[in-house]
Design a protein around this ligand. Sequence first.
Ligand code: SF4
Ligand code: SF4
Length: 55
Amino acid sequence: MAYNISDDCISCGACAAECPVSAISEGDGKYVIDADTCIDCGSCAGVCPVGAPQA
Ligand code: SF4
Ligand code: SF4
């Protein structure tokens, strides 16, 4: 299962900088995770200020 970013995202970009496989990119109004690339490490959830990345 890949992580998914909820609508709580404030597009700060912190998670994209932390992702070891560059699975996160800026989307329309929030950041998005490429489910096929995500390795489920949880780093994005660890740095997000609003808890938007969910397992
Ligand atoms: Fe990247 Fe890890 Fe977050 Fe998946 S769980 S998007 S691999 S930082
Ligand atoms: Fe959105 Fe959280 Fe990523 Fe910032 S760290 S872009 S608020 S999901």
